[in-house]
Design a protein around this ligand. Structure first.
Ligand code: HEC
Length: 214
């Protein structure tokens, strides 16, 4: 009886051991999986941009704040995107949390959008928000698709639409596809028309969860 109990105990211990071994392997697997996705997400080289923007965009990967991880964006044509900002990342994070609050406000009876809108902050002149786009490949960011950016210009640059300049560059050569403000019909149709829907957020969606700033 004792022996039986002992052997049972032994089996249980063995089972316990193989379970913890299994857990260890699973842990290792998860670690490898996340390590490989981390290395995938490690900063590689910058997208090219025209020489005239070198002073504005140089070292954006290493010198700016990376606001988001790789994020599959439904509205931006189902591409993976990563967003960077040259200064004042807290305005993005603040507006992101205001946006989340608005989402949950929808569950109560308070539909007072005016009150919600007043909590959003505007960006300082000289702020540049840049977005890399990648075509998905096997569910991961694949080839580069385009580089877009918005530059907060001086008051009066485009006062009806928050004084933002919109940039869109070719992914391989850095050539300009579009560059300007709402007065350029291509920019209006391809960018401003959609971004103007969130004027209260200063035209920056800030809907992608941010990486906490260290
Ligand atoms: C159909 C709507 C739509 C159009 C058109 C559009 N965008 Fe966006 N844009 C978005 C949305 C939504 C986001 C938020 C992130 C996401 O889901 O991609 C965004 C995010 C951005 C961001 C990052 C900051 C932010 O708003 O959170 C930049 C920079 C940007 N877009 C630039 C551009 C430029 C430049 C163009 C024109 C070439 C453009 N966008 C056209 C919808 C649009």
């Amino acid at each position: 009886m004792d022996t039986k109990r002992f052997s049972l105990g032994g089996k249980a211990t063995l089972l316990g051991r193989s379970r913890s071994l299994g857990a260890a392997f699973l842990g290792l697997f998860v670690w490898f999986a996340s390590a490989s996705s981390l290395s995938l997400n490690a900063p590689d080289s910058e997208f090219p941009y025209p020489a005239q923007y070198d002073n504005l965009l140089r070292n954006y990967k290493s010198g700016w704040t990376q606001l988001t991880e790789y994020h599959l964006s439904g509205l931006h044509w189902d591409q993976f995107i990563v967003v960077y900002i040259n200064k004042d990342p807290m305005t993005y994070f603040h507006n992101y949390f205001e946006f989340l609050k608005q989402q949950t406000d929808g569950f109560d009876d308070d539909w007072d959008d005016e009150a919600d809108a007043s909590d959003f902050r505007a960006y300082a002149e000289g702020t540049i928000v840049l977005k890399e786009h990648y075509t998905p490949l096997d569910g991961k960011p694949g080839p580069r698709e385009r580089l877009t950016a918005m530059v907060k210009r001086e008051p009066g640059y485009d006062s009806k639409f928050g004084d933002w300049q919109y940039l869109w560059f070719e992914p391989e050569t850095g050539a300009i596809v579009a560059d300007g403000n709402s007065s350029d019909p291509l920019i209006f149709k391809s960018c401003v028309d959609c971004h103007s829907g969130i004027a209260e957020r200063d035209y920056i969606f800030s809907t992608v969860p941010g990486i906490p700033v260290e």
